[in-house]
Design a protein around this ligand. Sequence first.
Ligand SMILES: Cc1ncc(C[n+]2csc(CCOP(=O)(O)OP(=O)(O)O)c2C)c(N)n1
Ligand code: SF4
Length: 299
Amino acid sequence: MPVETPTQTWAPKEYKSDLKPIWCAGCGDFGVLNALYKAMSMCNLDPENTVVVSGIGCSSRLPGFVASYGFHGVHGRALPIATGIKAARPELNVIVVGGDGDGYSIGAGHFPHCARRNPDMTYLIMNNNTYGLTKGQVSPTAMVPMASLNSKIDSKRWKTTPYGMMEDAINPIAQAIAWDVSFVARGFSYKPNQLAEILAEAIQHKGFALIDAFSPCPTFNQDQTDDFYKDRTYDVPEDHDPTDRVKAFELSLRNDGYPIGVIYKHEGKHSLLDEQASLRARFPHDTQTTVAKLFEKFQ
Ligand SMILES: Cc1ncc(C[n+]2csc(CCOP(=O)(O)OP(=O)(O)O)c2C)c(N)n1
Ligand code: SF4
């Protein structure tokens, strides 16, 4: 059923639910949440036609703090749940949120397939380079310094990895471009206004959009702090053309810091839901199929 364009407008504060966030003082997720309220207001999303879906983690508590529909799902399974919602109710605004552990570790297998299906939804990752909820294990983006030959690093800082991490961190931006995610951007919780602009552009993009937002966890990650990212982030250069995939890939692989802004865009990429609609139009009799009729075929 098509949704009517809202005649009402919503201010950022009107997207706040009655539930107060229970994140630790200084958690980057506060900045991300404020940016999301702003972006929802900029896009004038009707809360009644908006669903925020998450997995499990500190960051995945976010749907509870938004006055819209929400689904606090299963660890690593936010994308399939959200894709199901979008497939059943394509007119809804679907925003998926979660942590780097949720999205790039246990849920990583869903990511490339979501890129292939390209549903029109926004995926906001709060990347704190650790598993916050379970008290600071290494995540796929963790950068835990290795101990030097003569000294151990402070084992209280990284309880499960006292000698540092021996695996490389993944680069989610480069990976997303390689999978042709149709909108790829990076934000930083410390710059909520800029993040809100990026999020608004992602929400308006037609297709699957990833925003990886650095969102430090001061409780369990004292290496990748606000200051760490303030010193290493820079705005995407003004002359960068996000529709040039090779240039976007080059930018994502630069080792002189982390670009913040829109890095890659594939406008007009076909989507599973467009394909579904055109199949329905071509084979109208099949849309009369019910689950009961399907079962009958196998009796
Ligand atoms: C199937 C399953 N495996 C493991 C867990 C334990 N668990 C809960 S949250 C989490 C990691 C959360 O890290 P992240 O997604 O980065 O979110 P953060 O808490 O840092 O925001 C883990 C391992 C779980 N709940 N379910
Ligand atoms: S443990 Fe870390 S990620 Fe979780 S609420 Fe506290 S600061 Fe935020």
